[in-house]
Design a protein around this ligand. Sequence first.
Ligand code: ASP
Length: 348
Amino acid sequence: MSKSKVLLIYTGGTIGMMQDAKTGQLKPFDFKQLTDQIPELNKFDVTLSAISFANPIDSSDMQPSVWIEIAKMIEKNYEKVDGFVVLHGSDTMSFTASALSFMLENLNKPVILTGSQLPIGMIRTDGKENLITAIEIAAAKEKGKPVVSEVCIYFEYQLYRGNRTHKFNAEHFQAFQSANYPVLAEAGVHLKYNYSALKKGNLPAGQAGGKKLKVHASLDSNIAILKMFPGITQNVVEAILNAKNVKAVILETFGSGNASTQKWFIDALKKAIDKGIVILNVTQCNAGKVEQGKYATSAAFKKIGVIGSSDITSEAAVAKLMFVLGASSNKKEIEKLLKSDLRGEMTI
Ligand code: ASP
């Protein structure tokens, strides 16, 4: 059987950072230096190729334009390789994984994002294992078909559905969690896939019922997040709802989708909705879901047209809104898409 082909896309992040001699700060270095640190890559039974960003970035500098760049790199190489590994900083990895999941429609190959908490040059780095296993997953096939055919994050022995993740720890090697969806695979002595949780593969183009990869490269970032806290003032709420060009606001609520019942607050939301602004209710909790109307403190939301978004993460909600607003300007369609599970990002 021919060797699997995997394309590495190096965007930056701690995995490929080095300490600046003068300031002591961590800065990204180039891809050649990165692979020099991992001679194990040459022993792989996988044909590896790589593309590196000319200027690798700390992922805190991530922009939707870069997501589009990554998606286009995947599109350009889609027929040439069996899978992709995207090396990326962990800080915004969940946002990028979510965005790619929406942008890559009909995906039937693995796109695995990984990175590390310690640079690859450090003796105790977590980067080597992360990268090596991510490549193994991107190359994995059973009966000639890819085992994974979705956008994932591999980090510290676990494979997650990318749009279900949240970076919850800046200190531990286990930096991510997927509280509302099971882990897709666990790496121990064996790589154990959780087959029932993996997305069913889309059929490749050319086969009966197969669909061609469709890359959505239009994202609209005119959105905002309004995070609730006890004591939030009318000025702040109105400033966000009335911010110039804002088309949609993620309302980060308490518990199962609850917030203040004060009249000025509900009136402000209603006014925004009447003006055509989409309000999406996402819980601040890591686990569990929004259930508008369960408590009196969310009953008004349902009435005025706030959209409940079940158990979606804030990261996936940001990416989904940018994707949906980029795809349509029809209010009914936007609402329909937001209420639908498009890429396994929420339970409905
Ligand atoms: N600041 C880094 C980044 O996100 C952290 C990391 O790579 O884990 O690029």
